[in-house]
Write a protein that binds this ligand. Structure first.
Ligand code: DOR
Ligand code: ZN
Length: 347
């Protein structure tokens, strides 16, 4: 196969940031994707409907001319989230989901949730109106090994919440383990999982063996090879449980290359080329449309996109090592393999 036409994909987990960074990274996603779920972990976080509306306006203003890209906004769940504000935002279609960051789990998560009992009322309301909860699924207990934090979260936080609040619709975001893939698959129609592009490509050796590679450091951190293989199997299975959420998370090189560098891989620029390569390696190019374009809208109860993109296979694809921003360069994720597929047209 040398050409593949898909319904236009969506990105169900994306960091666009704000200001100069937003202006620099938005075109990279808007070029190929129709919609994206926009993460609310700005400084300060997007916690109210008014803040979500203002952030959406800034994204729309930063969009390239003629782009039809549509940001799907989220609210950042805190122990003080106002149920009425949240319900009103959902009713008018301003927000598509709510994001749970356990406090301290990742970048700008300090305002996240420390005590899940304090958000029970909000979650009950979300279950009533069918508003999905996007979950950063890692415990923050310093005594739990960082490579075990996802599996422990499933057992000690996620499963109890789902038993306590039947009908709560949950997206396990950026799963990194076989346990995460299995739990999502077995969780019924109200549970789904996103998988990033980079977790299909790297395992923890890529970060740590032969010298430390800050550009491969993200959260949840990449795990052992057996988990990467489980994620590849899940993503390419066609199972409606799984869909693409790139978690493309730009940080300037100055902020990555520090004694205590930021977590995040910036994959917006070459994500579709990488995915096509991975799916071809798995003999599953025919499942790419489900993963990137069909399963996400089905879970979110949104229409699939009517227009298409075409990927063409040819000589190795050239893409920039970095993209320039007014704050300094952002390094594009290096998949350490030649990429042969590129988006050649869209309609
Ligand atoms: O690697 C990550 N980067 N993981 C997250 O959960 C947050 C993100 C960011 O905002 O940079
Ligand atoms: Zn993220």
């Amino acid at each position: 196969m040398t050409s593949l036409t898909l319904r236009r994909p969506d990105d169900w987990h994306l960091h666009l940031r704000d200001g100069a960074m937003l202006r620099a990274v938005l075109p990279e996603t808007a070029r190929h994707f129709a919609r994206a779920i926009i993460m609310p972990n700005l400084v300060p976080p997007v916690v109210t409907a008014a803040q979500a509306a203002e952030y959406r306006d800034r994204i729309m203003a930063a969009k390239p001319d003629n782009s039809k890209f549509q940001p799907l906004m989220t609210l950042y769940l805190t122990e003080d989230t106002d149920v009425r504000d949240l319900r009103a935002a959902a009713e008018i279609g301003l927000i598509t989901a709510v994001k749970l960051y356990p406090a301290g789990a990742t970048t700008n998560s300090a305002s996240g949730v420390k005590d899940m009992t304090k958000v029970k009322r909000v979650l009950d309301n979300m279950a009533q109106i069918g508003l999905p909860l996007c979950v950063h699924g890692e415990v923050t207990d310093p005594d739990v090994d960082i490579f075990d934090r996802e599996a422990v979260f499933i057992d000690t936080v996620l499963d109890p919440i789902r038993r306590d609040i039947p009908g709560l619709r949950v997206v396990m975001e950026h799963i990194t383990t076989r346990q995460g893939a299995d739990y999502a698959r077995d969780g019924g129609p109200d549970l789904a999982a996103t998988i990033t592009t980079h977790h299909l490509v790297i395992n923890r050796n890529h970060i740590l063996a032969g010298g430390i590679k800050p550009h491969y450091y993200c959260l949840p951190v990449a795990k052992r090879e057996e988990h990467r293989l489980a994620l590849r199997k899940a993503a390419t299975s066609g199972d409606p449980t799984y869909f693409l959420g790139t978690d493309s998370a730009p940080h300037t090189d100055a902020n990555k290359l520090l004694p205590c560098g930021c977590a995040g891989c910036f994959t917006a620029t070459n994500t579709l080329s990488i995915l096509a390569e991975v799916f071809e390696q798995e003999n599953a190019l025919n499942q790419l449309e489900k993963f990137a374009s069909l399963n996400g809208p089905t879970f979110y109860k949104l229409p699939v996109n009517e227009d298409t993109i075409t990927l063409t296979k040819g000589d190795p694809v050239a893409y920039p090592d970095q993209i320039a921003t007014e704050d300094g360069p952002v390094t594009v994720f290096d998949p350490q393999m030649l990429l042969h597929w590129q988006v050649s047209s869209s309609s």
